[in-house]
Write a protein that binds this ligand. Sequence first.
Ligand SMILES: CC(C)(COP(=O)(O)OP(=O)(O)OC[C@H]1O[C@@H](n2cnc3c(N)ncnc32)[C@H](O)[C@@H]1OP(=O)(O)O)[C@@H](O)C(=O)NCCC(=O)NCCS
Length: 433
Amino acid sequence: MNTAPLQGIKVVDFTEVQSGPSCTQMLAWLGADVIKIERPGVGDATRKELQFDPNLPSYYYLQLNSDKKSLTLNAKTEAGKEILTKLIKEADIFVENLHPGAMDKLGFSWEAVHQINPKCIYGTIKGFPLSSKYKDLKAYEPIAQVTAAAASTTGWYEGADNIPTQSGAALGDSNTGMHLLIGLLAALCQREKTGEGSYVYQSMHNACLNLCRIKTRDQLTLDKIGYLTQFPQYPNGKFGDCVPRSGNIEGGGVLGWTYKCKPAGGYDSETDANNFVYIVLQRGAKDFELFCNAVGFQDWLTNPDFATADARDRNKNAIYQRIGAWTADKTKFEVTDILGKAGVPVAPVLSTKEVMTDESLYDGNTLVKINQGGQIGEFVTVGCPFTISNYQPSYGPAPALGENTEEVLKGLGYTDAQIAEFANTGVTQPLKK
Ligand SMILES: CC(C)(COP(=O)(O)OP(=O)(O)OC[C@H]1O[C@@H](n2cnc3c(N)ncnc32)[C@H](O)[C@@H]1OP(=O)(O)O)[C@@H](O)C(=O)NCCC(=O)NCCS
């Protein structure tokens, strides 16, 4: 019981910001020994990004680096390269997400690392696939979203707000980290068979595009027939050549929409920002009957404009209007209660605050409280998103910059004198105790 899946796996973590650290965060939570390499005196850029106190590491850093060790190391110095080489000799996985070409310049490309330790798996994150004309661009979240057709299909499809829009979800950053994680875990299984480490290349573009798969389905359909039945523009509006922005449609074959409700009296009630509910009308006759009976719209069951799923697709705007009038005098929770009990897919639109204050989500994994200690104390983060029946991550604190430098160097066999020399010459910068 509670044997960590990655117990004994050593990871050299040359990542920073969000995409790479989100991947190595999962490796650490699955029990790997993750050594995070950070520039002396600088560290991961997120340490000082969006801080709540100028003297403390940001939640951004804390939430992505729990249970890792921090080794400050200047990999541009000869001694730094020697230390890194020793670490790689013992590593199972090396992960990096520096800008294109940076690792080659440092002398730790896939080929170089493979030569140092043929068993070591090499994970890399870049903005684009190597075949792309954009492969040399540096990349952040929006770069991935705008180039993977995510932004062009997100947002409002008409009026002044008809502009490419980013998702609030980190499709380019954390999503890429999770995609790389899949590749690394597959490479670990593969190594069991071949005895050799492999190169796992994950672009933010491909991770984002993978989540836009159904948009390519829509483009194929649009190219064939010139319209898309699930969009509000169908049947009377105009479609262009490209998949439109989807507003709040469900996106698949079923009819879904966001409906305004009366304030529920909790967070956001005054600004009215999230007094909404999402309701899905399934295509099946039985399911539609459940909905009509729950809201008292039995007339729709015999009305040819609404009785069939195809008819409802054609008359979706009238449907949105009538359901909107029904939800307007109820709170999002009342609507969820009525329709949920009737077996209709429904849910309240929840704010980040509402999610984070839902005590039922503090189940040991969904939302977790990490005790960082010191001036920071306890903070909340999203835990490991899946559970494993016989393993529970422990969710420890994130390291201070250089906190584990001496411990890691000692583990590599360096003497106290050598360790002091590295610190004196700026190769490392151990945390001052
Ligand atoms: C995120 C990104 C845009 C930042 O670019 P950047 O500001 O140039 O920062 P980088 O960390 O890549 O590199 C900066 C320099 O620090 C150096 N560096 C980083 N860690 C170092 C270390 N421990 N020792 C010595 N040098 C180090 C790099 O070698 C690089 O030097 P160079 O410019 O001479 O080549 C870029 O890394 C990138 O595109 N990464 C791939 C995609 C990605 O993961 N994006 C982040 C999404 S959250």
